[in-house]
Design a protein around this ligand. Structure first.
Ligand code: CUA
Length: 310
């Protein structure tokens, strides 16, 4: 058993099952060691001073400061803090930069469940099935209040907020089932808002994938018609009441307030649930919100449809 495993046992950490979990535990271990060492040193030093005080008769000795040792001590402490920051920041960068080839899964949180929708139309409630050893990116939003997607075994946690999207990515290292918790108090059944990440070997995942069918882009097109999106947005580049869907996905947009944004998944989902927050220059505000009208599978399918038109 490695030192890190011993530490995990000691403080009761769950299994480590993602690309970042060992690093996070390592930093946690180093911080615990450093604080324990400083705490211990203080206790020993206090005991020594108290014993000296008890033994000596007469007035206590006057302690002279030493600029050199004070500077040295302050420098050493600063260095340790900076070191922790450097390690922590590099871990944070890795956690927040999903690789380009990550498979996208759309997550919708609602009181009190997790809904998952895949690009090809597969959908599931409360069970997120992913392949081991391949990056997976979650594009998450909430239908009602703030929730927080937390997989302790992955050492990853991200708030899920209504009216906007947040992302989280991971590379699960070993097949198994790992609990998902909601880590933000969201109402009476918050503690029951549980789910499972089912990590399958790549071969098993391919088999699982073929069990469910459905072409996301095709479904998205059907939804765009049924929900009336195409009444105001053309798919062939013609301007209409709203901007065309053609070449929209991933393009840079200039807004009425002069800001420039990239029409990525986050922007497009916002445009569906909060359409008048970021109106594209040259078009009137006035699109009705689709908040609560599109379920996550439909949102995912629409995004796939838009991606197909890029
Ligand atoms: Cu959702 Cu707590």
């Amino acid at each position: 058993m490695s030192l890190l495993d011993l530490f995990r046992r000691l403080v009761g950490l769950p299994t480590s099952a993602s690309n970042v979990s060992d690093q996070v535990d390592g930093l946690d271990f180093a911080l615990s060691l450093a604080t324990a060492a400083v705490g211990l040193a203080l206790i020993v030093y206090t005991i020594v001073l108290v014993r000296c005080g008890i033994r000596s008769s007469g007035p206590p000795p006057r302690l002279e400061g030493s600029r050199r040792s004070e500077l040295g001590l302050a420098g050493a402490v600063t260095l340790i803090f900076v070191l922790f920051w450097v390690v922590g920041f590099s871990q944070y960068s890795e956690m927040t930069s999903p690789p380009a080839d990550a498979e996208t899964v759309y997550v919708e949180a609602k009181q009190w469940m997790w809904k998952f929708a895949y690009a090809d139309g597969r959908a599931a409630n409360d069970v997120l099935t992913v392949p081991a050893g391949r990056p997976v990116k979650l594009v998450m939003s909430s239908r009602d209040v703030i929730h927080s997607f937390f997989v302790p075994a992955f050492r990853l946690k991200q708030d899920v907020v209504p009216g906007r999207t947040t992302t989280l990515w991971f590379n699960a290292t070993k097949p198994g089932r790992y609990p998902i918790w909601c880590a933000e108090y969201c109402g009476v059944s918050h503690s029951a808002m549980l789910g499972t990440v089912e990590v399958l070997s790549p071969a098993d995942y391919e088999v699982w994938k073929t069990q469910d069918h459905g072409d996301g882009a095709l479904r998205g097109q059907e939804i765009a018609h049924r929900r009336g999106c195409v009444a105001c947005h053309s798919v062939d580049g013609r301007p209409s009441v709203g901007p065309t869907f053609r070449h929209l996905y991933g393009a840079e947009r200039t807004l009425v307030d002069g800001r420039r944004v990239i029409a990525d998944e986050a922007y497009l989902v916002r445009a569906m649930v909060e359409p008048n927050a970021e109106v594209v220059a040259g078009y009137p505000a006035g699109m009705p919100t689709y908040q609560g009208l599109l379920d996550p599978a439909e949102t995912g399918a629409l995004l796939e449809f838009l991606r197909g038109l890029r």
